[in-house]
Design a protein around this ligand. Sequence first.
Ligand SMILES: [Zn+2]
Length: 424
Amino acid sequence: MSGVARLTLDPAAVIADLDEIATQSGGRFAGAKRLAWTPDWLAARAWLRGKLEEIGLPLSEDAAGNLWATVQGETDAFLIVGSHIDAVPEGGWLDGVLGLMTALETVRKLAALPSPPPISVRFVDWADEEGARFTRSLLGSSACAGTLVPGDVQALRDAGGTTLADALATCGVDLDRAVGASSSLDGAIGYLELHIEQGPVLLDAGRLASAVSGTVGVERHLITFTGQAAHAGSTPMHLRRDTLAAAAQAALAIRQTAIDRGGVATVGNLSSTPGVITAVAGRTEMQLDQRHLDPATLAAMLADALTACRAAADAFGCTLDVKRVFAAAPTHFHPALVGAARAAIADAGGGYGDPIPSGPLHDATEIGRILPTAMIFAQSDPPLSHAAIENSPDAALRVAIDAYGRTVAWALANHAVLAGDDVP
Ligand SMILES: [Zn+2]
């Protein structure tokens, strides 16, 4: 057994790196400024390259703009450690970079070992995880996983009118060739990512960290109710074809079905026309997002929602149009890796709690489709993210970072098991 069995990460070094990158945005709680494919992002990347060069690792960038650095092991087969440096505008100081700085500390420690690890370890900074500028999340990791269809996204524009293809080109990435990044995974045997939870489950349970069982499936729809715009004063209640009333009734039913089936459903927006105080709404568009870890239950939630929308449309004399705008299948992470992460958290002092599912999507969602994958969550307190006040207790960071190192050590010691395994 190599020395990797005792890989010990230094949480203080990770936190120091986090504070250093945060200073580029004005400090921990000043709001991160690392929007993908912008000069801010390139500056953060340049800083990261410097950190990797300090360790002496060879760097490369793949066809999708993902940044890689390799610790050479006894064989070329490799474990992937990483996360993302990009951030939503005015984002928090931990989303993405907690996992990335922990992966940096991992390769720093591995490179300093007296003998090489049994297999190689590749650090990755996935490009444009957030999709905050062009609405397409997980861009770099989906290019690697083979789920990115360039033709579907090349015309996406940011608020200023720039296309995704043009923005990538300014950073040296050719969108049409981005799927060539899939060769980056040739020889990979697994992927490990640390992230903040971004929600209240661990705080509510009094847990500092948890293994993650998988990421939930997502269904997103635009549902349009069409009735008749009419004068608010002259139209009796029983003669109205009121689309906002129909959509509101459906929204409450959709909320209840999520509660009943143990998932989440969000009607994030109802947009009506003519949209004035003196008119019945003749047309209302509903934006619906539904999530569940079990695909059959997610399908049932969607069926419930459409039934509720049809019933509400009928009740108010409206017609209905339903358009799916996004769907992602659930990803179940690798049972043995999840088990190793769970045990590692216990060994690090975080207790032996049940793995929890992730509601947000992560790069691990994409990579978990094709490689044995696991994630560790650190408790979020306050229990929110994509906001400048995002934070985690120091104790949670320390347990999660320690547990991540232990999980990497387990994966390196058990690489033969992982290499022989199919993704569940
Ligand atoms: Zn993230």
